[in-house]
Ligand binder design. Structure first.
Ligand code: PLP
Length: 429
């Protein structure tokens, strides 16, 4: 443990880490490091897996199996084949799906906008009736959920994760007592960045929240972005929130999201939303103002390309990603496990590793890394308003980098962590 070392030994270590760090700072020109662990993007190698998408429709194949001409306007909620694909990814019936646009974030935006301006149920309820609508934000979480909430002036309230789940007592207290709390963000499987998959009892608890909420217009925003993104066959299993909600009578208050962004092409995929008939019908009204219909050619391309091969396709992604996550784990273990100055997650899927350093050091470490050529996700990004009150969480995104770059990047990250920690302990001493 670094904290229990004699001061002299600690100074010796700090000195050797400083020398190594200074050597990296001095590298210049083509020798200077240029590494990036901030991008939660598929690597070029992963994108190659879907290259056939780009030209897999012959001119005579542009009519969907139900006779829809994908080249023309219409079919606002998507073509049946795309809904079936969404159903396979999300584990819900195809007729409860809207397939639209190239991204789930757009569908989240439309949902929030509808909930605020018009309401999701075709009655008088809408969040704009409240003077200060609020949303619960599990932390650490996904920065774009936070940016979107802020954009809509939805005040965010942090909710803590426990080791394996969410702090349900905290959630219950807020939701049951405060009528201005209108929603909760959840990334239920392989959370960004925690990697946590919510256990069955938490899924059941969340599905029941609309029943205990003080607000009668409470909504669960279930962003299942990593529904099929397992790294190994020993994958996490997520209970179906739809099935529980049906039993509890809360389906009108659950909106689920997913996309093919990290299945085929990020940016040229298909977005999916699933909700009850009532809620979908309100969302479609809003959608009809935005567009005369989605890109059905791309939907058909996706449906044909992934037909009967979603599982093998995702396991090809896993074969590319697993060595990267294993390498991150190995280097963190080798460099830091004896020192007790950080902890980190070992996710079985998803896109991130959540790395917690000593309180007050995340910003410093991100800064030290930047100065030697390693870009990390800004400290604080995983918290609403960019405020990590303990300044300790750093999100590691290992998917995009090549293995060789990842190794160098992790060596730099662990070096900066050791250096900042040793300096902190010496200063306290
Ligand atoms: C939790 C989560 N939701 C949504 C997205 C973005 O999805 P899309 O590309 O479908 O908008 C991401 C991307 O990193 C994510 O991590």
């Amino acid at each position: 443990m670094l904290t229990s070392l004699q001061a002299e030994k600690l100074r010796e270590l700090e000195n050797s880490w400083s020398l190594e760090y200074d050597r990296l700072v001095r590298l210049s020109g083509k020798d200077r490091l240029n590494l990036d662990l901030s991008r939660g993007k598929p690597s070029p190698e992963q994108l190659e897996l879907s290259n056939l998408l780009a030209n897999n429709l012959e001119p005579n194949e542009l009519i969907s199996s139900s006779g829809i001409d994908t080249r023309n306007y219409g079919e606002l909620s998507g073509i049946p084949e795309a809904k079936c694909l969404g159903a396979a990814i999300m584990g819900v019936p195809a007729d409860e799906i809207i397939a639209a646009g190239n991204s789930s974030l757009t569908l989240m935006y439309i949902t929030l906008s509808t909930a605020l301006k018009k309401g999701l149920w075709g009655d008088k309820r809408k969040w704009d009736n409240s003077t200060s609508p609020k949303v619960l934000a599990p932390v650490p979480g996904y920065d774009r959920h936070f940016a979107m909430s802020e954009f809509f002036d939805l005040q965010m309230i942090n909710i803590d994760y426990t080791a394996q789940s969410l702090d349900v007592d905290q959630i219950k207290q807020f939701v049951s007592q405060d009528i201005s709390i209108k929603a909760i963000w959840c990334v239920p499987k392989y959370g960004n960045p925690t990697g946590i998959t919510l256990p069955d009892e938490t899924v059941e608890f969340i599905a029941d929240l609309p029943n205990i909420a003080a607000a009668d217009d409470f909504v669960v925003l279930w962003d299942n972005a990593y529904a099929v993104h397992d790294l190994s066959p020993r994958m996490d299993k997520l209970a179906s929130i739809r099935d529980v909600a049906l039993k509890k009578g809360t389906l009108d208050h659950i909106v689920q999201f997913a996309s093919t962004s990290k299945i085929t092409f990020a940016g040229a995929g298909v977005g999916f939303l699933s909700a009850s008939d009532k809620v979908r019908s309100e969302i479609l009204k809003y959608l009809s103002i935005l567009t005369v219909g989605p890109d059905k050619v791309n939907q058909l391309r996706h449906a044909r390309f992934l037909d009967n091969k979603l599982e093998t396709h995702m396991s090809a992604h896993a074969d590319i990603l697993r060595p990267k996550f294993d390498l991150v784990s190995k280097i963190l273990e080798e460099e830091l496990s004896d020192l007790a100055i950080a902890d980190w997650t070992k996710p079985k899927g998803g896109y991130f590793v959540s790395f917690n350093v000593m309180d007050g050091l995340a910003r410093e470490i991100v800064h030290l890394a930047k100065d030697v050529g390693l870009t990390l996700t800004p400290a604080g990004a995983t918290f609403p308003y960019g405020i990590d009150s303990k300044d300790r969480n750093i999100r590691i995104a290992p998917t995009f980098a090549k293995l060789s770059e990842l190794e160098s990047a992790m060596k730099v990250l662990t070096l900066c962590t050791k250096l900042a920690s040793a300096r902190k302990i010496l200063n306290q001493g």
